[in-house]
Structures are given as structure tokens and as C-alpha cells.
Ligand binder design. Structure first.
Ligand SMILES: [Ca+2]
Ligand SMILES: [Ca+2]
Ligand SMILES: [Ca+2]
Length: 355
């Protein structure tokens, strides 16, 4: 627009015939619009329109004249090019890496399958927690219909073994140093510990088998056996449990699956009475400290290893049967092995976990 005014002023200085000459010499398009306005154009407008060099420049740029054109060309090109590029590049990788495991609860119908086994002894591995304070936490998503054996959680002794078992660090029978585990009982989390002579189970208070992802955290203080259970950062149960070391005694010989931490199944395939977990699981972290002193905001990012992290599983592998421990803990890694089988065959590597 402003460019047009300048041309109009310029044309006013010449006669109509001069304008026709211009038509031959120069761009016809620009001239055509000028002729109509020749008479009206007042000379004064010439002066004010001269200063805007920037307005003038674009017109020149379209021709072939000058180097100064470089400046205006730069301005438009970087902004559109830079804005779209980083956005897709930054966001695309993360969702596709957000993998989790899907277990199908085959349990005893597929002995030794549909589970992850993490060896904790022979030799001793850092994932063998229980000799000191510990926190065990993970994310889960399940439906009640898939975990409906109907058992209602009770705080009595080893009651946790009667739910659909998610985490199994049992030793067959009462064992010596003791054992622990986590299950889903009528949609509520059951977390039990036994020190070899007595046991107790904590019972969650809300249904976590509602098709949503939930963060589950359990803690145990070694000195007095005190236990805590958090769901989505909210304390749901606590109790004074049995005292002492509940780790797996180094070099102990027992039932074949005793020296393993098993995810997604009842480890011994002890029978139909002990069902396995049917659902998703992600981001399992084992720590040798009490992580939570009270209610907390549930994690909003994947865990990053620190010195208290003794095992950390993101379950983000794309293929293969190795479940990588990313903790970097001394004496590790405590890698796991995925045993796939059953009908439907699990565990399945799926995208779309929380992290
Ligand atoms: Ca036991
Ligand atoms: Ca041990
Ligand atoms: Ca993951």
C-alpha cells in the first residue's frame, strides 16, 4: 500500500506521455494502477512518503536491484521455520517410549509364564531389599473384572497371598529371614510382611482396579517393622509389623523360586487358590530408605536414580526378554527376565504407560 503511494507521487512529476514511456520500460502492472490516480495525487504526499525506507524496500526486492533486500527477507523466513520444527521433534519420542508391561493373570494356567523374574540371590543382588528400611513403588492400571476372585483383604498374618498377586517376594513356607508381597484383593491393595515367625497385612481403602493408572508405594522401617501403604500419594494404611531383617538370606537354599522377586504372578504356581495379577504395570522402584514422611504428590516424571535407589525398572525396552535395572546400584544390576506365555500370552510390551 505504502509502496503504491510513492509510485503515484513519482508519476505525478511526469506528463502522461512520459508515463506511457515508463510503461514500455518498466513493470506494466505497477503502472496500470498508477494511471487512474495521476490527476488526484497531490504533490505534498510525496514528501511524507519518502522516509519509510522499509516500506519501499519490499517493492525493490521483488525486482532484481539491490543487496539491501537481504534484511527484509531474513525476517519472515526464520520465525515460521523455527517454530514448527522443535515442537514435533521434542514431543514425538516420549509417547512412543512410554512403555509398560501388560500381564494377563494366567498364573497356574501357564506355569512359569506371564511374569517377570528378578534374581535376588546367587549372588546377592541390590534388589534384595529388607535388610534395611525400604520403599517399593510402582504404577498400575487394572480392572476389577479382570481381578475378581472376590477375596476381601484382612490384616491377619499373610493374608496378602490370597489376592491377585502383583509383587511376590515370598519364600515357600514360613522361611527364615522372612518375606513380603503385594496383591489386589477386591480392587484394594494388600501389602504383607512376615519375618519368619509372624506376619501382618495392610489393606488399602479404595478401589484401584478402576481402569486408571495409580501410583502405589509401600514402606517398611526395619528397626520396629513399621509399615505404610500409600495410593496416589495418600496414606491409606499403616501398622506396626514384625521386626527385623526380612531380606533373602545370602546363599540360602529353598524352593526353586525362592531367590526371586517376581512381578505379575504368584511365583510358585502353588494352585488356583493363589491367583495372579491381570493388568498393566510400569516404573517400579526399590529404595533402601523411607521415601515418604507423609502424603505426597504422586510422581509426575520417571524416577531418576540416586544413591538410595537399589533397583529401577522403566519397562521401556522395545523388544527382547530382558527387563533392565537402570538404578546403577553398586553390586547390580538386578536385571529381570520376562517369561512370556499363556492365553492370552503375557506379559506384553505396550505403549502408553505413565512414563
Ligand atoms: Ca511364605
Ligand atoms: Ca540377601
Ligand atoms: Ca515405562
Amino acid at each position: 500500500m505504502r509502496g503504491k503511494v510513492i509510485r503515484r507521487g513519482t508519476v505525478g512529476l511526469f506528463t502522461v506521455s512520459a508515463v506511457v514511456l515508463m510503461l514500455v520500460l518498466m513493470m506494466p502492472k505497477a503502472w496500470a494502477s498508477s494511471t487512474a490516480s495521476v490527476q488526484i495525487t497531490p504533490t505534498p504526499s510525496l514528501t511524507p512518503t519518502l522516509p519509510p525506507a522499509r516500506a519501499f524496500a519490499p517493492l525493490l526486492a521483488k525486482g532484481s536491484i539491490a543487496t539491501p533486500t537481504a534484511a527484509p527477507t531474513v525476517t519472515p523466513s526464520p520465525s515460521p521455520t523455527s517454530t514448527p520444527t522443535p515442537t514435533p521433534t521434542a514431543t514425538l519420542p516420549s509417547p512412543s517410549d512410554n512403555r509398560a508391561l501388560r500381564f494377563y493373570g494366567n498364573g497356574v494356567r501357564a506355569p512359569g509364564k506371564d511374569r517377570v523374574e528378578i534374581r535376588i540371590d546367587g549372588p546377592q543382588r541390590p534388589a534384595d531389599i529388607g535388610a534395611s528400611d525400604f520403599t517399593l513403588e510402582f504404577w498400575m492400571r487394572a480392572s476389577l473384572g479382570d481381578n475378581d476372585n472376590g477375596h476381601v483383604c484382612s490384616t491377619a498374618n499373610d493374608d496378602w497371598i490370597n489376592g491377585h498377586i502383583i509383587i511376590d517376594r515370598d519364600v515357600y513356607g514360613s522361611g527364615d529371614y522372612g518375606d513380603y508381597g503385594i496383591s489386589l484383593a477386591s480392587g484394594r491393595i494388600a501389602f504383607g510382611v512376615n519375618n519368619g515367625s509372624s506376619g501382618i497385612t495392610l489393606c488399602g481403602t479404595t478401589n484401584v482396579a478402576d481402569g486408571q493408572w495409580h501410583h502405589i508405594a509401600v514402606q517398611r522401617r526395619r528397626s520396629d517393622g513399621y509399615l505404610w501403604l500409600f495410593v496416589d500419594g495418600q496414606l491409606q494404611a499403616q501398622a506396626d509389623g514384625p521386626n527385623g531383617d526380612i531380606s533373602y538370606r545370602d546363599g540360602r537354599s529353598g524352593a526353586p523360586k525362592d531367590p526371586f522377586l517376581v512381578i505379575g504372578a504368584e511365583k510358585h504356581d502353588a494352585g488356583e487358590a493363589y491367583p495372579s495379577y491381570n493388568g498393566y504395570l510400569d516404573e517400579l522402584r526399590l529404595s533402601n530408605v523411607l521415601r515418604y514422611g507423609g502424603n505426597f504428590a504422586r510422581p509426575s516424571a520417571p524416577f531418576v536414580p540416586d544413591v538410595q535407589t537399589v533397583a529401577l525398572y522403566h519397562f521401556d525396552e522395545v523388544s527382547g526378554t530382558t527387563i533392565t535395572d537402570s538404578s546403577g546400584a553398586l553390586g547390580g544390576p538386578s536385571n529381570g527376565v520376562m517369561h512370556v506365555g499363556g492365553d492370552p500370552a503375557g506379559p506384553l510390551r505396550v505403549t502408553g504407560g505413565p512414563f
